[in-house]
Design a protein around this ligand. Structure first.
Ligand code: NAD
Length: 365
């Protein structure tokens, strides 16, 4: 039996609380599905800074690199805000992404029927949403050079960031999106601003070329401004949305919020496609941060972390059945009325982090 090595980087604030429940779920899945996991914990973020002076110590990075997958809780908090940018907890995320080559960020947006009325949008608009945003994560304007703020001879200041993409960077993330679409409804919307930005015209051309190898998948292109409108007007039209780093940052938050609480949203960052490559390493984490306002109180919703381990099973370990089992257990527990404070409504049963985790584990059993 293969033993999958998982690095557990719980981090700061509510990170350790929600990660604990996610690991408990994997321990149950190990038994019910006959799988084998080996967990190794390591500090990251502010906690790591306090222990070692670095948000991403070499020992943590080594453990992450030697693992088949990384589970991350959350990093950051007010305690570390006064620190210099170079050692801020959030730097650990950028370090992990670049060191592990995690160039594709996947954020699903699905709606759980019992939570539909928690959304700010009308029931008929969001019922049945099932979309995935694939965001390029290690290139684009966040990394392009030249960058910075400089002084002009006339005393004014000039700020500059550069949008750069190479063919290879676009091809590899497009491939991940097409492979994903093949396992879904076979529809990709590639999002760019090709009418005004040349680098995104290249994006459109390269994606169109990659499509030649995936003729079973339907490809369409949208300008980013139109896509942001369509996401609110008719989100059900989308299956996979493929886009660049900056546009993906914004659109994935927009798409995620269609479905309600931030405590429900998982994510995966991959260095390839599990369908295309033998082993695809990934980092799996809830979309939310360390939530300092509720940390240590046992109030955090662990579902985002738990759904993140379901993504890990699916994308890094090719265990789709086990992943479905977790997703079904979450749906069932919500159906039974269990709610953490962030998703609580009158007439449902308010529970804490631990109780929610235990209810999901019980459902899986
Ligand atoms: P946040 O996501 O931590 O919290 C926003 C709000 O959502 C808070 O009211 C919080 O209580 C609530 N919330 C978040 N997760 C929840 C959960 N699981 N259950 C119930 N409620 C939940 O965002 P923020 O307040 O902007 O940031 C706090 C810290 O987290 C900052 O230091 C920020 O830099 C960091 N952060 C880290 C990550 C990450 O580790 N990936 C992501 C975002 C923010």
């Amino acid at each position: 039996m293969t033993t999958y090595k998982i690095a557990v980087l719980a981090g700061d604030g509510i990170g350790p609380e929600v990660t604990k429940e996610a690991v408990n779920v994997l321990k149950i899945i190990q038994k019910t599905e006959g799988l084998s996991f080996e967990f190794e914990e390591a500090p990251v973020g502010g906690t790591a800074y306090d222990q070692t002076g670095k948000p991403l110590p070499e020992s943590t990075l080594r453990i992450a690199k030697q693992s088949d997958a990384v589970l991350l809780g959350a990093v950051g908090g007010p305690k570390w805000e006064p620190l210099d940018y170079s050692v801020r907890p959030e730097r650990a995320l950028l370090g992990l992404r670049s060191e592990l080559g995690l160039f594709a960020n996947l954020r699903p947006a699905t709606v759980f029927e019992p939570l539909i009325d928690a959304s700010t949008l009308k029931r008929e608009v969001i019922q049945g949403i099932d979309l995935m945003v694939v965001r390029e994560l290690t290139g684009g304007i966040y990394f392009g050079k030249p960058r910075g703020v400089s002084k002009l001879p006339n005393g004014e200041e000039k700020g500059i960031n550069t949008l750069v993409y190479t063919t290879r960077e676009i091809e590899r993330v497009a491939k991940v999106a097409f492979e994903l679409a093949r396992g879904r409804r076979k529809k990709i919307t590639s999002v760019d601003k090709a009418n005004v930005l040349e680098a995104t015209e290249l994006w459109r051309n390269v994606v169109t070329k990659v499509h030649q190898n995936y003729s079973d998948v339907e490809l369409s292109h949208l300008y980013v401004d139109n896509c942001s409108m369509q996401l609110i007007r008719n989100p059900k039209q989308f299956d996979v949305i493929l886009t660049s780093n900056l546009f993906g940052d914004i659109l994935s938050d927009e798409a995620a919020m269609l479905t309600g609480s931030i405590g429900m949203l998982p994510s995966a960052s991959l260095n390839g496609s599990s369908r295309a490559e033998a082993a695809c390493r990934g980092m799996y984490e809830p979309v939310h941060g360390s939530a300092p306002d509720i940390a240590g109180k046992g109030l955090a919703n662990p579902i985002a972390a738990i759904l993140s381990v379901a993504m890990c099973l699916k994308y890094s370990f090719n265990q789709s059945q086990a992943a479905k089992k977790i997703e079904r257990a979450v749906a069932e527990v919500l159906e039974k009325g269990y709610r953490t404070a962030d998703i609580f409504t009158e007439g449902t049963r308010k529970v804490g982090t631990k109780e929610m985790g235990e209810a999901i584990c019980k459902e899986i059993r």
